[in-house]
Design a protein around this ligand. Structure first.
Ligand SMILES: Cc1ncc(COP(=O)(O)O)c(C=O)c1O
Length: 385
């Protein structure tokens, strides 16, 4: 779906509410209707009114595709049933024998898909530290077709220079894919920095309410959009109309939610960095963070994810996460409620075999939009003195 022609005139807060979400032309309904239909009447054989079957196209999904493409500053967008379905669709552009370079801290599910599923189809991969251009250059081969990054990354919140990665990719006849799940288009727009594809787990901040699983791809090239559109229909991992509606509803408040996520995260970082039980706080907004300078260059603010290591190892980390009352012990991230977890024992398990070692005492917070003092008090009582 192509984005609205008037979008470039609008700010991101306006786009979040209106792009793709005009009043319904048939009834004037202000919210996008849920077109809960699998098929559409044809006026005569082969004469449909723009839609023939809902795997191929659905008006509620079209609205979502216009909405997210617009937020990403992309000309085209395609929605999927999950973030992994979106990732899989991009990776199916590859041919047997092609090679992918990815970050050694790629999301566990991405690592699992590439290293355990696609290798069966003769796709090759190398995982490197994407903060180091020399390592990237050394990993690139004649058959490299994709440089894949996630920035900030999970769970160490490292930031990769998107402009640098895109230019290395293009100099080597490869595509640059950026997973923008953690930052969202409100904080960072990879297409404007040269990325060929932006991919999302829309399950996270875009949806924002822990009530839907979804994925997305945004692009600027009509040729790539045509290829992705073909695969979207051919593979069929499309989102249901109701899920598209939930995502559209969540997106309307993305900018205000992100502001509060960032504000609360900064307060928590300030609290944790001087706490006696904390060894190290990982947050791209901290000047001491290894990749802070890059974050400063390409992000508007630093996001709602905070990781930290604690004294006392894994046992103490497990104790702390079971003591919180406002933070819920759960996987996933990016919704209004605050979540807490131990990546080494939870989310990082899907990355089995990955070169990234995650400290057993690392705790990851997805900072929600509750009252900051309640979050601080909760962490304080859980950490103890
Ligand atoms: C950064 C990132 N990318 C992709 C995914 C996969 O998305 P989904 O769970 O919607 O399939 C996740 C899920 O946690 C993620 O954190």
């Amino acid at each position: 779906m192509k984005r609205n022609a008037n979008d470039p005139e609008w700010g991101i807060e306006t786009l979040a509410i209106h792009a793709g979400q005009e009043p319904d032309p048939h009834t004037g309904a202000v919210t996008v209707p849920v077109y809960q239909t699998s098929t559409y009447e044809q006026d005569a054989v082969g004469q449909d009114r723009g839609y023939e079957y809902s795997r191929t196209g659905n008006p509620t999904r079209d609205a979502l595709e216009t909405s997210i493409a617009s937020l990403e500053g992309g000309d085209f967008g395609r929605a999927f049933a999950s973030g992994m379905a979106a990732e899989d669709t991009i990776l199916r552009l590859l041919n047997p024998g092609d090679h992918v370079v990815m970050g050694n801290d790629a999301y566990g599910g991405t690592f699992r898909l590439i290293s355990k599923v696609l290798t069966r189809f003769n796709i090759e991969w190398t995982a490197v530290n994407l903060a180091n251009p020399t390592e990237i250059e050394a990993a690139i081969r004649d058959n490299t077709r994709i440089l894949w990054t996630e920035t900030p990354s999970n769970p160490l919140l490292s930031v990769v220079d998107i402009e640098m990665l895109a230019s290395v990719a293009h100099a080597n006849n490869a595509w640059c894919v950026v997973d923008n799940t953690f930052a969202t288009p409100y904080l960072q727009q990879p297409l404007s920095l040269g990325a060929d594809f932006v991919v999302h787990s829309a399950t996270k901040y875009l949806g924002g309410h822990s009530d839907v699983v979804g994925g997305f791809i945004a692009m600027n090239s009509a040729e790539l959009d045509e290829k992705i559109g073909f695969l979207q229909n051919a593979i069929g991992a499309v989102p249901a109309p109701w899920d598209c509606y939930l995502l559209l509803r969540g997106i309307k408040t993305l900018p205000v939610r992100m502001d509060r996520h960032c504000e609360n995260a900064e307060k928590i970082v300030d609290f944790l960095k001087t706490h006696e039980k904390v060894i190290e706080v990982l947050y791209p907004g901290l000047e001491s963070h290894q990749t802070h300078k890059i974050a400063e260059k390409q992000m508007k603010k630093y996001g709602g994810m905070v990781s930290f290591t604690v004294k006392g190892g894994e046992k103490e980390a497990r104790r702390i996460v079971s003591q919180t009352k406002v933070f819920t012990l759960a996987e996933s991230l990016g919704a209004v409620e605050s979540l807490i977890e131990v990546p080494a024992a939870m989310t990082h398990l899907s990355a089995e075999g990955s070169p990234l070692e995650v400290d057993d005492s690392l705790i990851r917070l997805s900072v929600g939009i509750e009252t900051a003092e309640d979050l601080l008090n909760d962490l304080s009582q859980a950490l103890g003195h």
